[in-house]
Design a binder for this molecule. Structure first.
Ligand SMILES: Nc1ncnc2c1ncn2[C@@H]1O[C@H](COP(=O)(O)OP(=O)(O)OP(=O)(O)O)[C@@H](O)[C@H]1O
Length: 387
Protein backbone atom coordinates (compact mmCIF):
# COMPACT_ATOMS: atom_id res chain seq x y z
CA UNK A 1 0.00 0.00 0.00
CA UNK A 2 1.60 3.24 -1.10
CA UNK A 3 0.85 6.15 1.17
CA UNK A 4 2.71 8.68 -0.95
CA UNK A 5 0.52 7.98 -3.97
CA UNK A 6 -2.40 10.25 -3.13
CA UNK A 7 -5.79 9.98 -4.77
CA UNK A 8 -6.57 13.01 -6.91
CA UNK A 9 -10.20 13.37 -7.90
CA UNK A 10 -10.26 15.07 -11.30
CA UNK A 11 -12.82 17.78 -11.96
CA UNK A 12 -12.27 17.89 -15.73
CA UNK A 13 -14.94 16.11 -17.79
CA UNK A 14 -14.48 12.34 -17.97
CA UNK A 15 -15.60 12.53 -21.61
CA UNK A 16 -12.31 14.33 -22.43
CA UNK A 17 -10.46 11.11 -21.61
CA UNK A 18 -12.97 8.23 -21.86
CA UNK A 19 -15.92 7.33 -23.99
CA UNK A 20 -18.57 5.64 -21.84
CA UNK A 21 -20.93 3.00 -23.26
CA UNK A 22 -23.94 4.08 -21.20
CA UNK A 23 -26.01 1.17 -22.46
CA UNK A 24 -23.34 -1.46 -21.81
CA UNK A 25 -24.01 -2.60 -18.27
CA UNK A 26 -21.44 -5.02 -16.84
CA UNK A 27 -23.47 -5.63 -13.71
CA UNK A 28 -25.77 -3.78 -11.37
CA UNK A 29 -25.41 -3.00 -7.69
CA UNK A 30 -27.22 -0.79 -5.23
CA UNK A 31 -25.60 2.28 -6.75
CA UNK A 32 -26.79 1.33 -10.26
CA UNK A 33 -25.15 -0.25 -13.30
CA UNK A 34 -21.39 -0.43 -13.77
CA UNK A 35 -20.67 0.40 -17.43
CA UNK A 36 -17.88 -0.25 -19.86
CA UNK A 37 -15.73 2.64 -21.10
CA UNK A 38 -12.78 3.12 -23.43
CA UNK A 39 -9.77 5.33 -22.83
CA UNK A 40 -9.66 7.64 -25.83
CA UNK A 41 -5.85 7.96 -25.99
CA UNK A 42 -5.10 4.21 -25.85
CA UNK A 43 -8.31 2.42 -26.88
CA UNK A 44 -8.01 0.36 -23.67
CA UNK A 45 -11.26 -0.80 -22.09
CA UNK A 46 -12.22 -0.19 -18.46
CA UNK A 47 -15.26 -0.37 -16.21
CA UNK A 48 -16.80 2.80 -14.80
CA UNK A 49 -18.84 3.00 -11.62
CA UNK A 50 -21.00 6.09 -11.23
CA UNK A 51 -21.93 6.99 -7.65
CA UNK A 52 -23.59 10.10 -6.20
CA UNK A 53 -20.90 12.27 -4.62
CA UNK A 54 -21.03 12.21 -0.82
CA UNK A 55 -18.67 11.85 2.12
CA UNK A 56 -19.47 8.12 2.17
CA UNK A 57 -18.76 7.72 -1.57
CA UNK A 58 -15.44 9.52 -1.14
CA UNK A 59 -14.56 7.22 1.75
CA UNK A 60 -15.30 4.18 -0.44
CA UNK A 61 -13.11 5.51 -3.22
CA UNK A 62 -10.34 6.50 -0.83
CA UNK A 63 -10.17 3.10 0.88
CA UNK A 64 -10.32 1.27 -2.46
CA UNK A 65 -7.51 3.51 -3.72
CA UNK A 66 -5.38 2.61 -0.69
CA UNK A 67 -5.89 -1.13 -1.29
CA UNK A 68 -5.77 -1.13 -5.08
CA UNK A 69 -2.16 -2.07 -5.79
CA UNK A 70 -2.53 -5.78 -5.11
CA UNK A 71 -2.91 -8.49 -7.79
CA UNK A 72 -6.15 -9.75 -6.17
CA UNK A 73 -7.85 -6.39 -5.80
CA UNK A 74 -9.57 -4.66 -8.72
CA UNK A 75 -7.29 -1.81 -9.78
CA UNK A 76 -8.54 1.77 -9.83
CA UNK A 77 -7.29 3.96 -12.65
CA UNK A 78 -8.96 7.35 -12.32
CA UNK A 79 -11.67 9.14 -10.39
CA UNK A 80 -13.65 12.12 -11.71
CA UNK A 81 -16.21 14.31 -10.02
CA UNK A 82 -18.61 15.52 -12.72
CA UNK A 83 -22.10 16.95 -12.78
CA UNK A 84 -24.37 14.53 -14.60
CA UNK A 85 -28.09 14.56 -15.32
CA UNK A 86 -29.86 11.32 -16.19
CA UNK A 87 -33.00 11.61 -18.36
CA UNK A 88 -35.43 11.06 -15.47
CA UNK A 89 -33.78 13.77 -13.38
CA UNK A 90 -34.61 17.48 -13.26
CA UNK A 91 -31.13 18.78 -12.56
CA UNK A 92 -27.47 17.91 -12.78
CA UNK A 93 -26.02 16.14 -9.76
CA UNK A 94 -22.43 15.74 -8.63
CA UNK A 95 -21.28 12.19 -9.20
CA UNK A 96 -18.06 10.31 -8.74
CA UNK A 97 -17.04 8.37 -11.85
CA UNK A 98 -14.63 5.68 -10.78
CA UNK A 99 -12.63 4.12 -13.61
CA UNK A 100 -11.76 0.53 -12.71
CA UNK A 101 -9.83 -2.31 -14.29
CA UNK A 102 -12.27 -4.22 -16.53
CA UNK A 103 -13.05 -7.67 -15.12
CA UNK A 104 -14.16 -9.49 -18.26
CA UNK A 105 -14.70 -12.84 -16.55
CA UNK A 106 -17.65 -11.51 -14.52
CA UNK A 107 -18.77 -12.80 -11.14
CA UNK A 108 -17.13 -15.87 -9.54
CA UNK A 109 -20.23 -18.00 -9.01
CA UNK A 110 -21.42 -17.43 -12.59
CA UNK A 111 -18.09 -18.78 -13.79
CA UNK A 112 -18.14 -21.74 -11.38
CA UNK A 113 -21.64 -22.68 -12.58
CA UNK A 114 -20.20 -23.11 -16.11
CA UNK A 115 -17.33 -25.38 -15.12
CA UNK A 116 -17.75 -29.06 -16.00
CA UNK A 117 -14.87 -30.30 -13.91
CA UNK A 118 -14.86 -28.17 -10.77
CA UNK A 119 -12.69 -29.73 -8.06
CA UNK A 120 -11.60 -28.96 -4.51
CA UNK A 121 -8.28 -27.97 -6.03
CA UNK A 122 -9.97 -25.24 -8.10
CA UNK A 123 -12.05 -24.10 -5.13
CA UNK A 124 -8.83 -23.86 -3.08
CA UNK A 125 -7.18 -21.90 -5.90
CA UNK A 126 -10.01 -19.34 -5.76
CA UNK A 127 -10.03 -19.30 -1.96
CA UNK A 128 -6.30 -18.63 -1.82
CA UNK A 129 -6.77 -15.58 -4.05
CA UNK A 130 -9.61 -14.31 -1.81
CA UNK A 131 -7.31 -14.86 1.18
CA UNK A 132 -4.49 -12.91 -0.44
CA UNK A 133 -6.81 -9.95 -1.07
CA UNK A 134 -8.19 -10.06 2.47
CA UNK A 135 -4.72 -10.50 3.95
CA UNK A 136 -3.65 -7.34 2.13
CA UNK A 137 -6.65 -5.43 3.54
CA UNK A 138 -6.40 -6.80 7.09
CA UNK A 139 -2.68 -6.19 7.41
CA UNK A 140 -3.47 -2.59 6.45
CA UNK A 141 -6.14 -2.61 9.19
CA UNK A 142 -8.98 -2.36 6.71
CA UNK A 143 -12.06 -4.56 7.07
CA UNK A 144 -13.95 -5.03 3.78
CA UNK A 145 -17.27 -5.98 5.45
CA UNK A 146 -19.08 -6.81 2.22
CA UNK A 147 -17.39 -10.01 1.08
CA UNK A 148 -19.92 -11.76 -1.12
CA UNK A 149 -19.92 -13.54 -4.49
CA UNK A 150 -20.96 -10.45 -6.45
CA UNK A 151 -17.85 -8.67 -5.24
CA UNK A 152 -15.51 -11.45 -6.36
CA UNK A 153 -14.73 -10.88 -10.03
CA UNK A 154 -12.58 -12.69 -12.59
CA UNK A 155 -10.14 -10.96 -14.91
CA UNK A 156 -11.21 -12.94 -18.01
CA UNK A 157 -13.08 -16.04 -19.11
CA UNK A 158 -10.06 -18.38 -19.34
CA UNK A 159 -9.08 -21.10 -16.86
CA UNK A 160 -6.16 -18.97 -15.69
CA UNK A 161 -8.32 -15.97 -14.84
CA UNK A 162 -7.26 -14.03 -11.76
CA UNK A 163 -9.82 -13.52 -9.02
CA UNK A 164 -10.07 -9.99 -7.60
CA UNK A 165 -11.98 -8.35 -4.79
CA UNK A 166 -14.04 -5.25 -5.58
CA UNK A 167 -16.58 -2.87 -4.05
CA UNK A 168 -15.21 -1.13 -0.97
CA UNK A 169 -18.58 0.53 -0.30
CA UNK A 170 -18.71 -0.78 3.26
CA UNK A 171 -15.02 -1.02 4.02
CA UNK A 172 -13.70 0.72 7.06
CA UNK A 173 -10.48 1.26 8.94
CA UNK A 174 -10.96 -1.28 11.70
CA UNK A 175 -10.47 0.15 15.16
CA UNK A 176 -11.90 -2.99 16.77
CA UNK A 177 -15.10 -1.26 17.76
CA UNK A 178 -17.12 -0.75 14.62
CA UNK A 179 -20.64 -0.16 15.78
CA UNK A 180 -22.52 0.49 12.56
CA UNK A 181 -24.40 -2.66 11.58
CA UNK A 182 -23.57 -3.21 7.94
CA UNK A 183 -24.63 -6.67 6.92
CA UNK A 184 -26.04 -8.84 4.21
CA UNK A 185 -28.15 -11.96 4.84
CA UNK A 186 -26.35 -15.30 4.45
CA UNK A 187 -22.94 -13.71 4.91
CA UNK A 188 -23.56 -11.89 8.16
CA UNK A 189 -21.43 -12.77 11.17
CA UNK A 190 -23.16 -13.31 14.56
CA UNK A 191 -21.61 -10.28 16.22
CA UNK A 192 -22.85 -8.06 13.40
CA UNK A 193 -26.34 -9.41 13.96
CA UNK A 194 -25.97 -8.89 17.68
CA UNK A 195 -24.98 -5.27 17.07
CA UNK A 196 -28.04 -4.84 14.87
CA UNK A 197 -30.38 -6.34 17.48
CA UNK A 198 -28.83 -4.28 20.28
CA UNK A 199 -29.13 -1.09 18.25
CA UNK A 200 -32.79 -1.82 17.56
CA UNK A 201 -33.40 -2.43 21.26
CA UNK A 202 -31.67 0.82 22.10
CA UNK A 203 -33.79 2.71 19.56
CA UNK A 204 -36.98 1.31 21.12
CA UNK A 205 -35.86 1.86 24.70
CA UNK A 206 -32.89 4.21 25.08
CA UNK A 207 -32.67 3.32 28.79
CA UNK A 208 -31.87 -0.27 27.86
CA UNK A 209 -28.54 0.85 26.44
CA UNK A 210 -26.80 0.84 29.79
CA UNK A 211 -27.71 -2.85 30.32
CA UNK A 212 -26.25 -3.96 27.04
CA UNK A 213 -22.69 -5.07 26.68
CA UNK A 214 -20.86 -3.04 24.03
CA UNK A 215 -21.41 -4.52 20.60
CA UNK A 216 -18.56 -4.67 18.15
CA UNK A 217 -17.41 -6.41 15.05
CA UNK A 218 -14.20 -6.27 13.11
CA UNK A 219 -12.09 -8.15 10.62
CA UNK A 220 -13.53 -11.41 11.96
CA UNK A 221 -16.70 -10.55 10.01
CA UNK A 222 -14.71 -10.94 6.81
CA UNK A 223 -13.50 -14.34 8.03
CA UNK A 224 -17.10 -15.41 8.66
CA UNK A 225 -18.05 -14.35 5.13
CA UNK A 226 -15.12 -16.31 3.69
CA UNK A 227 -16.49 -19.37 5.53
CA UNK A 228 -19.90 -18.89 3.90
CA UNK A 229 -18.34 -18.37 0.46
CA UNK A 230 -16.22 -21.53 0.81
CA UNK A 231 -19.26 -23.51 1.97
CA UNK A 232 -21.17 -22.42 -1.17
CA UNK A 233 -18.20 -23.10 -3.45
CA UNK A 234 -18.07 -26.68 -2.17
CA UNK A 235 -21.77 -27.62 -2.25
CA UNK A 236 -23.60 -24.87 -4.18
CA UNK A 237 -25.95 -23.64 -1.41
CA UNK A 238 -25.40 -21.47 1.68
CA UNK A 239 -24.99 -22.87 5.22
CA UNK A 240 -27.78 -20.71 6.60
CA UNK A 241 -30.63 -21.29 4.28
CA UNK A 242 -34.00 -19.60 4.34
CA UNK A 243 -36.78 -21.60 2.71
CA UNK A 244 -38.52 -18.41 1.68
CA UNK A 245 -35.83 -16.17 0.24
CA UNK A 246 -36.47 -12.54 0.98
CA UNK A 247 -34.62 -9.29 1.24
CA UNK A 248 -34.81 -9.49 5.01
CA UNK A 249 -33.49 -11.94 7.53
CA UNK A 250 -36.28 -14.04 9.00
CA UNK A 251 -36.14 -14.46 12.77
CA UNK A 252 -35.57 -18.19 12.18
CA UNK A 253 -32.50 -17.54 10.08
CA UNK A 254 -31.27 -14.89 12.52
CA UNK A 255 -31.47 -17.47 15.31
CA UNK A 256 -29.59 -20.02 13.21
CA UNK A 257 -26.76 -17.59 12.52
CA UNK A 258 -26.54 -16.43 16.13
CA UNK A 259 -26.26 -19.99 17.37
CA UNK A 260 -23.98 -21.16 14.56
CA UNK A 261 -26.63 -23.71 13.59
CA UNK A 262 -25.53 -25.15 10.26
CA UNK A 263 -24.80 -28.67 9.02
CA UNK A 264 -22.84 -30.59 6.42
CA UNK A 265 -25.73 -32.67 4.98
CA UNK A 266 -24.33 -36.17 4.48
CA UNK A 267 -25.63 -36.63 0.93
CA UNK A 268 -23.78 -33.60 -0.41
CA UNK A 269 -20.77 -33.52 1.90
CA UNK A 270 -19.84 -37.19 2.08
CA UNK A 271 -17.10 -36.84 -0.54
CA UNK A 272 -15.75 -33.49 0.56
CA UNK A 273 -12.45 -33.66 2.41
CA UNK A 274 -12.27 -33.35 6.19
CA UNK A 275 -9.65 -30.67 5.89
CA UNK A 276 -12.03 -28.38 3.94
CA UNK A 277 -14.77 -28.95 6.54
CA UNK A 278 -12.25 -28.08 9.25
CA UNK A 279 -11.69 -24.65 7.64
CA UNK A 280 -15.43 -24.01 7.48
CA UNK A 281 -16.02 -24.98 11.11
CA UNK A 282 -13.22 -22.71 12.24
CA UNK A 283 -14.45 -19.80 10.11
CA UNK A 284 -18.12 -20.16 11.06
CA UNK A 285 -17.27 -20.22 14.76
CA UNK A 286 -19.82 -18.04 16.57
CA UNK A 287 -17.24 -16.59 18.92
CA UNK A 288 -15.15 -14.09 16.92
CA UNK A 289 -12.22 -14.47 19.31
CA UNK A 290 -12.12 -18.21 18.48
CA UNK A 291 -12.56 -17.68 14.76
CA UNK A 292 -9.63 -18.34 12.45
CA UNK A 293 -7.73 -15.23 11.41
CA UNK A 294 -6.52 -14.55 7.89
CA UNK A 295 -2.92 -15.34 8.93
CA UNK A 296 -4.04 -18.79 10.10
CA UNK A 297 -6.23 -19.47 7.09
CA UNK A 298 -3.63 -18.57 4.50
CA UNK A 299 -1.34 -21.37 5.74
CA UNK A 300 -4.05 -24.01 6.27
CA UNK A 301 -2.99 -27.44 4.83
CA UNK A 302 -6.12 -27.71 2.63
CA UNK A 303 -5.14 -24.54 0.78
CA UNK A 304 -1.60 -25.73 0.31
CA UNK A 305 -2.47 -29.30 -0.67
CA UNK A 306 -6.10 -29.65 -1.78
CA UNK A 307 -7.52 -32.86 -3.17
CA UNK A 308 -8.65 -33.37 -6.76
CA UNK A 309 -12.14 -34.46 -5.70
CA UNK A 310 -14.81 -33.37 -8.14
CA UNK A 311 -17.55 -31.10 -6.75
CA UNK A 312 -21.23 -30.95 -7.58
CA UNK A 313 -21.58 -27.24 -6.80
CA UNK A 314 -21.61 -26.02 -10.46
CA UNK A 315 -24.83 -27.97 -11.07
CA UNK A 316 -26.50 -26.38 -8.03
CA UNK A 317 -25.18 -22.90 -8.85
CA UNK A 318 -26.44 -23.23 -12.42
CA UNK A 319 -29.95 -22.77 -11.02
CA UNK A 320 -30.01 -19.08 -11.82
CA UNK A 321 -33.11 -18.40 -9.77
CA UNK A 322 -31.72 -19.52 -6.45
CA UNK A 323 -28.40 -17.85 -7.18
CA UNK A 324 -30.27 -14.68 -8.02
CA UNK A 325 -32.37 -14.95 -4.85
CA UNK A 326 -29.22 -15.11 -2.78
CA UNK A 327 -27.71 -12.17 -4.65
CA UNK A 328 -30.94 -10.13 -4.49
CA UNK A 329 -31.19 -10.73 -0.75
CA UNK A 330 -27.76 -9.16 -0.32
CA UNK A 331 -28.55 -6.17 -2.44
CA UNK A 332 -31.92 -5.68 -0.76
CA UNK A 333 -30.46 -5.71 2.70
CA UNK A 334 -27.77 -3.24 1.71
CA UNK A 335 -30.42 -0.95 0.29
CA UNK A 336 -32.47 -1.11 3.49
CA UNK A 337 -29.36 -0.33 5.48
CA UNK A 338 -28.56 2.67 3.31
CA UNK A 339 -32.12 3.95 3.56
CA UNK A 340 -31.99 3.54 7.34
CA UNK A 341 -28.68 5.24 7.65
CA UNK A 342 -29.69 8.27 5.59
CA UNK A 343 -33.19 8.34 7.09
CA UNK A 344 -34.89 8.41 3.69
CA UNK A 345 -38.47 7.21 3.18
CA UNK A 346 -39.44 4.36 0.89
CA UNK A 347 -41.17 5.48 -2.29
CA UNK A 348 -44.25 3.65 -3.63
CA UNK A 349 -43.02 0.70 -5.69
CA UNK A 350 -44.44 2.14 -8.93
CA UNK A 351 -42.23 5.20 -8.68
CA UNK A 352 -39.24 3.68 -6.95
CA UNK A 353 -36.04 3.88 -8.91
CA UNK A 354 -34.86 0.67 -7.30
CA UNK A 355 -31.81 -0.95 -8.92
CA UNK A 356 -32.66 -4.34 -7.40
CA UNK A 357 -36.11 -4.32 -9.04
CA UNK A 358 -34.52 -3.04 -12.24
CA UNK A 359 -31.94 -5.79 -12.09
CA UNK A 360 -34.62 -8.47 -11.78
CA UNK A 361 -36.65 -6.90 -14.62
CA UNK A 362 -33.56 -6.76 -16.79
CA UNK A 363 -32.70 -10.41 -16.13
CA UNK A 364 -36.22 -11.62 -16.79
CA UNK A 365 -36.45 -9.85 -20.14
CA UNK A 366 -33.60 -10.96 -22.35
CA UNK A 367 -34.93 -9.13 -25.41
CA UNK A 368 -35.00 -5.80 -23.65
CA UNK A 369 -31.93 -3.81 -24.68
CA UNK A 370 -29.58 -3.42 -21.75
CA UNK A 371 -29.91 -0.14 -19.94
CA UNK A 372 -33.07 0.92 -21.77
CA UNK A 373 -34.03 3.11 -18.84
CA UNK A 374 -30.50 4.44 -18.60
CA UNK A 375 -29.10 7.44 -20.47
CA UNK A 376 -29.05 6.98 -24.23
CA UNK A 377 -25.85 6.53 -26.20
CA UNK A 378 -24.91 10.18 -26.56
CA UNK A 379 -23.54 10.32 -23.06
CA UNK A 380 -21.56 13.57 -23.20
CA UNK A 381 -24.78 15.57 -23.56
CA UNK A 382 -25.60 14.45 -20.03
CA UNK A 383 -22.44 15.92 -18.68
CA UNK A 384 -23.04 19.52 -17.79
CA UNK A 385 -20.80 22.18 -19.30
CA UNK A 386 -19.26 22.89 -15.92
CA UNK A 387 -18.58 19.24 -15.24
N1 LIG B 1 -14.39 -3.66 -12.61
C1 LIG B 1 -15.47 -4.31 -13.02
N2 LIG B 1 -15.44 -5.00 -14.18
C2 LIG B 1 -16.53 -5.69 -14.60
N3 LIG B 1 -17.71 -5.74 -13.92
C3 LIG B 1 -17.79 -5.06 -12.77
C4 LIG B 1 -16.68 -4.31 -12.26
N4 LIG B 1 -17.06 -3.75 -11.09
C5 LIG B 1 -18.33 -4.14 -10.89
N5 LIG B 1 -18.78 -4.92 -11.88
C6 LIG B 1 -20.11 -5.54 -11.98
O1 LIG B 1 -21.06 -4.62 -11.45
C7 LIG B 1 -21.71 -5.18 -10.28
C8 LIG B 1 -21.96 -4.10 -9.27
O2 LIG B 1 -20.73 -3.52 -8.87
P1 LIG B 1 -20.46 -3.05 -7.40
O3 LIG B 1 -20.64 -4.24 -6.49
O4 LIG B 1 -19.15 -2.36 -7.33
O5 LIG B 1 -21.63 -2.01 -7.22
P2 LIG B 1 -22.42 -1.56 -5.93
O6 LIG B 1 -23.45 -0.60 -6.40
O7 LIG B 1 -21.46 -1.09 -4.88
O8 LIG B 1 -23.08 -2.93 -5.52
P3 LIG B 1 -23.49 -3.62 -4.17
O9 LIG B 1 -23.13 -2.71 -3.05
O10 LIG B 1 -24.94 -3.86 -4.37
O11 LIG B 1 -22.69 -4.89 -4.16
C9 LIG B 1 -20.75 -6.29 -9.79
O12 LIG B 1 -21.44 -7.29 -9.07
C10 LIG B 1 -20.19 -6.80 -11.12
O13 LIG B 1 -21.08 -7.72 -11.73
Amino acid sequence: MSETDELKIKISSISDDYSISWNHSLGTGVSGPVRQCTEISTGQKFAVKCIPDSAKARREVHIHWLCRSHPNIVDMKDVYCNKIKFPEEKEHKSRLLVVLELMEGGELFDQISKQRNFTEKKAAHYLLQICQAVFHCHTSNIAHRDLKPENLLLSDKTNDAVLKLSDFGFAKFDDGNLQTPYFTPYYVAPQVLEAHIQNRLIRKDPGAASNNKPCFYDKSCDMWSIGVILYIMLCGYPPFYSETPSNHLSSKMRKKILSGDYEFPEDDWRNISKSAKDIISRLLHIDPSQRMTIDELIIHPWLLNPSDKKLNSPVVLADKESLEDINLAHGGELMVMRLNSTKLCLKPISTANNPIIKKRQRRSSVEEPLGSEEPPLKSPSYLSKDS
